[in-house]
Each structure stands twice: as structure tokens, then as C-alpha cells.
Design a protein around this ligand. Sequence first.
Ligand code: GAL
Length: 646
Amino acid sequence: MTPMPDTRRRLGVCYYPEHWPEERWALDAAQMVEAGLSWVRIGEFSWSRLEPVEGDLRWDWLDRAVKTLGDAGLQIIMGTPSATPPRWVLDKYPDMLALDAYDQPRKFGSRRHYCFSHDGFRDEAVRIARQMAERYGRNPAVQAWQIDNEYGCHDTTRSYSDAACAGFRNWLSEKYGQIDALNAAWGNVFWSMEYRTYDEVDLPNQTVTEANPAHWLDFHRFSSDQVVAFNRAQAGAIRAVTDAPLIHNYMGRTVEFDHFAVGADLDVASWDSYPLGFLEDRSDEGAVWTKRFMRQGDPDFQAFHHDLYRSVGRGRWWVMEQQPGPVNWAPYNPSPLAGMARLWAWEAFAHGAEAVCYFRWRQAPFAQEQMHAGLLRSDAAPAPALAEATQVARELAELPDVALPRPRVALIFDYESAWAWSVQPQGRDFDYFRLVFEVYRALRRSGQMVDILPPCVSDLSDYAVVFAPGLMHWPDGLRAQITDHKGLCVVGPRSGSKTDTFSIPDAMPPDLPAAQVLVERVESLRADAPVALEGGGAFHIWREEISGSATVLERSQDGQAAVTESGNIRYLAGWPDPVAMLRLVKTALLDADLPVIDMPEGVRFADAGSTRFVFNYDAVPVDLGEIQGLKATQILSPGDVAWVAI
Ligand code: GAL
């Protein structure tokens, strides 16, 4: 019988017993327990110690580590080690390395040095995963499994190797059947690109000028499917021996593979949350914003991923790695403000996380991450985050009710659209993640909890408003759902502007009859040429000239229709700048009769069951009593969290 999932909220930590003398393990375990940690993740980079040469399996040390941690009362997440194949695996399969877009090998000496399409490596990864599962799958201390580590990290989803090329040709022939069907779907008559056989189709890199966007899009789809297949193969091997939940740890702002598709084969989604690293490394907001939040992180970036991965995990999700202090990999690596290691954990729990695991227990004095903080310093003295983690553990014990959030607002997130607009941005600033994230930010600034849903969603009826910005094409079912939805749907810019084979639809964008608009012409805008809107703010990056019988709700100052409405469908004919975005999103919420709370830039809240959690991401105190409708009255210090009953 499958045990009931243990969904109590817990803290944990990532630990590498192979990095430390064995005499130390019991003390580490005892200190973890003393700090109130329940989960410990091990194993995910340990292949060279488990199997130093092919077939010579050395379980003894891992047996003892599992026993020590388990005897201390910790629950183990066992990681399969396929992200770090040891050198002998490469000697066995010299062509297993991924090639970059310039056909250069991505060599041994760090990690993730494998091509997802290499069958020999895939079998090797499944074999070691199976052996680990056979060894530990029934061990009561091992209560969850992590497969591989951060698919796609370090730009590793796509590979231009021979294995990838062969795999792509097979994938295409399965998809299209006769080669003429591919030629027709891609429009290969253009520039005489027609193929006679699948053997003639190469990968789309290294062409003279841009390759056909349909070719690129299919290569993105294929590459994503290879990640899904790689993960599925390990998942199958582990599932054969254990009922423990299978998990993968995804990343922030990583869109190169379809996380919903990978997640469908797993039980729990998790992600690795590095708020300060991500702010420095992957924010669009510019220097003033980055400086303001340099010790706290972007107030919306974590929550966006919490909500996204809650959906990827079909309600079950964790933070597998939580930043504890300065990291080593961003352009600048500041220290967090006191309190942030606690705030980040609480924000995750408030968005429904079952577990938050800090990365890592003890700072390594050697190798690539020696400048990366842990809960302990490299000399084993406590680092500042240990006290904060201990505080969270104490607070969790007295936790009120943290039920899963029940948002009334849905935001569609589609990985294919991210690929499509990276292939054909038609203006250098058009980035799909950024567009969706900016809608999300405006929703959060307006006091909303949000569900981030895949485009193939089965039921939208719980939502008062649905946003589908920049959706490349309407997948089966979504067009009908949007058309029939009882609540408001806000679509555009660029939604429905392609077919699924990357052509302009015959019906013309947005290819949504109920919207009663037709996009006549589009233009991308230079950063110094926004188009002002009548109601304030502007369209920037992108705007469209539209016609049709929908009611014009607002025009740009040059007289063109900017926002229209027909029935339940509102169309945005451009990319609103932050001022316009906030205004238009807020108007949509009010029109849908949702209560709006105007949140200051650095303060956010999350409602979980009957508890409202409030987070101060700013570096100055905030008087919550001044926020109309928030129902909280405290003065919240920088980096502090408050919770109130609602
Ligand atoms: C993650 C990774 C960890 C560690 C960490 C450092 O991306 O999963 O193994 O490298 O970053 O911040």
C-alpha cells in the first residue's frame, strides 16, 4: 500500500559526507537535529566514491553515512549521481560529452558534462540509479529521492553532438512521417531548404545566417523531450523498488526544457532558490533596483518560482536548496541582510512548500565552491544562517495553519513560447519569461496570490481572471477554455500569433475569434522610443496595430487602440511598461471584482489558509498599518516576517 504523503512542513539541509572525515558525521548529524532540521540530502555528486572504477561498487561508506544520519533521526533524500559522471565513464564513452553551439566539447572537470541524447551514458546513469535504489530503496531512513541535479543548469539542455543529431532525425521522422510533411510544415520551399530524406536534416546551429525558426523550435522541443526521457528512465528504475517520492531540483529562470513535462513523471517538484545570486545574475531591473534589493533579493522572483513549481509538482513542492549566505557564482556575491535566511524559508512555506533545505551544511574549504557559505563555516563554527534556520524550525513547531494557497488569479506559463520568442524575438528585448514575470509582479503588487498554470490546463473555472500574455499558439483546448471562461481573460501582446509549426496563422493573430480583434501589423520598439498611453505609462519593447469590432478601452496617445474588450476577453496590443502594467493589471482585477491591496514595492504577502504572512523585502522598516486592506498593524523591520489571522 502506498503510504500517505508526509506533508508536514519541514526544514532540511544538503550534506556531503564524502567531503568530511567519517569521525565527524555523527556530530554533524547531532547538530542538524539540534538545529531542528528533519531532512538531509546526500549523494548527488558522489559517483567517483561509489564506483571509482567500473563495476567496483563501494557502498560501505554510504551505508555507514545513511546509518549515522538515520540513527540520528534524520530523513534522507538520496540523490542519484548522474550530474557528475566520473572520469572512467568518459573513457568508456568518449562521445558522451555535449557539444556547444560552436561544436566545441563541454569537457570533463566540472559537472553536467553529458549529452542527454547519448544512449550509452543514459544506460549508465540508469544502471547506477537502479543499483542505488536496490541498495537503499527499502531503507527506512531514505524517504525521498532526487534524480540527477538541476537539469539544464550551466546551459546544458541543448547539445549539438552526433548523438543529438541522430536523435533529432529520429524524433522528426516520428513526428512528421514522410519528409514532405516536414518540408511543408517548416516552409522549406523558402531559400530552397527542402530535404529529400531525414538523413539530410542537420542541427540548426552553425548556419550562415539564421536557420528556419521552425527548425529551431523543433530542435528545442526535441531537446526538452530528451530531458524528459532521461529523467523518466531513472524514475522508472527507482520506482520499481520504492514508494518514496521522486523529486528533481529545478532552477530559477530556466526555460530550456518543459518542466511540466518532466514533473509529470515525478511526485514532488523542487527548486534551488538563490535570491541574491539570481538578482545579480538574471534580473532585468537594472542597477538601482539591484542595489536596493542586493541583500534581500527581488521581492517577486522567489514567489514566482514557488507558484510555478507548485504547479509543476501538482501541489507538492519543496525548496531543495536555499541560499544561506553569500554564494560564489554571481557577478557580485553580497551577504544577506540579517533575517533573510529565515524570511526566504517562511515565504516558501507560505506558498505551500512542504520542505525547505538549506544549501549546504558546511562550507567546503576546497574546490569550486569554497567561497559559498553554508550553515557552518568551513572550520565547522556556526555561520549566521544556522541561528536563523534554528529559529524557523522552532517557529514551525508553533505554526498556525499553512494550507495550500487558493488563488483566484491564473497566469499561463508556456515553455514553448519561451523557445519561440528566443528564436524569433523580432526586437532584442522581447523575452517571454520577462513578460510573464512582469505581469506576475503587477499581480503581486496588487495583493494577489497567483497560480501559474501550463497551457494544457484542464479547468480554469476556479479563476476570476486568467492572464495569457505572449502565448505563441493556442494548444488544443485552451482556445475553447478561454472563449468559454466565465471570468475575465487578458491576452496579448503576441498571444496566438503563430501556429504550432511556427507560421503566421491563416486567421491572423491573435487567432482567437472571440477577442474580435485582428493584428494588422507589429513593431518592436527601441528602449528610447516608448509609446505613451492615454491612461498613463507606455507600451515599450513591442506594440501592435489592431483592428476589429471589440470595444476600445484605451488608446495610445497617437490614437491607436491599445486595450480592447469583447465579452470576457481583454486584449493588450503591446507590452506595458511597469507603470502601465500595474495600472492595467489592477483595473482588470477590479473589473473582475477581486479585492486589490496596493502593496509597496518591497513588501509582499501570501495567504495560506487562514493565515496571512507578510514579508519585508526592503532595507527600511515598514508600518503595515498604513497598507490599506492588509489587516496587519505591526512595524515590520527589514528582512522580517509577520503573520496574522485573516
Ligand atoms: C546549485 C547546485 C549546487 C550548488 C549550488 C551553489 O545550482 O545544485 O550543487 O552548486 O548551486 O549555489
